[in-house]
Design a protein around this ligand. Structure first.
Ligand SMILES: Cc1cc2nc3c(=O)[nH]c(=O)nc-3n(C[C@H](O)[C@H](O)[C@H](O)COP(=O)(O)O)c2cc1C
Length: 154
C-alpha cells in the first residue's frame, strides 16, 4: 500500500496538521511518502494508492502558487483510481475560509476517488485530534483497509 502526503506550508500551521496525519497513519502501520511542494516537480501520482494533499489558503481564497502545478497534475495524469483526501489551514477572518481546500476538493471529486476533507483554523488545537483521526479512518475505509489501532483493543 503506497500512500503519499503532498503539502505546502509557509508559517508552519499546515505542516503541524501534516505531522498529526502522519502520526495517524503511522498508528495504522502505514508510512507515508512526504513531499513538500517547493520546487517545480510533482511525483508520478498514479504510483500511489492514496494521496493526501495539504494546503494553506492565499490571496482571496486562492491556492498557493507552489501548489498550482500539483493541481494541474491531477487534472492531467491518470488518477481516477487514486483515493484522495485534502486538508488545509486557514483564517476565518477571511471571507473564503480555507478556499484552497474547496478548490482542490471540487477538482479531486471529478478526477479521483475523493474520500475526505478537513479544514483547521490556523494552528491545530487538541480538539482537532479527533478530526484528524476521522480523516485518517475515512481514507482507510476508501482503501478498504481495517482500522488496526482499534482492532488491537477488541
Ligand atoms: C495575504 C494572506 C492572505 C490570506 N488569505 C486567506 C484566505 O483567503 N482564506 C483563509 O482561510 N486564510 C487566508 N490566509 C490565512 C492563511 O491561510 C493561514 O494563516 C494558514 O494557516 C497559513 O498556513 P501555513 O502556516 O501552513 O503557511 C491568508 C494569509 C495571508 C498572509
Amino acid at each position: 500500500m503506497r500512500v503519499a502526503i503532498i503539502y505546502s506550508s509557509v508559517t508552519g500551521n499546515t505542516e503541524e496538521v501534516k505531522h498529526l496525519i502522519e502520526k495517524g497513519f503511522s498508528r495504522e502501520g502505514i508510512t507515508l511518502d512526504t513531499f513538500h511542494m517547493k520546487k517545480d516537480w510533482v511525483p508520478t501520482l498514479s504510483m500511489y494508492d492514496a494521496i493526501i494533499i495539504g494546503t494553506y489558503t492565499w490571496g482571496n481564497g486562492n491556492i498557493p502558487k507552489e501548489m498550482e502545478l500539483l493541481y494541474e497534475a491531477f487534472e492531467q495524469q491518470s488518477v481516477h483510481r487514486v483515493v484522495t483526501g485534502v486538508f488545509g489551514t486557514g483564517d476565518s477572518f477571511y471571507p473564503n475560509f480555507c478556499g484552497a481546500v474547496d478548490r482542490f476538493r471540487d477538482m479531486l471529486f471529478v478526477h479521483t476517488k475523493l474520500a475526505v476533507t478537513l479544514k483547521v483554523e490556523l494552528f491545530p488545537q487538541s480538539k482537532d485530534n479527533l478530526r484528524v483521526d476521522a480523516f485518517v479512518k475515512r481514507v482507510l475505509a476508501a482503501l478498504r483497509l481495517p482500522v488496526v489501532s482499534e482492532l488491537q483493543y477488541r
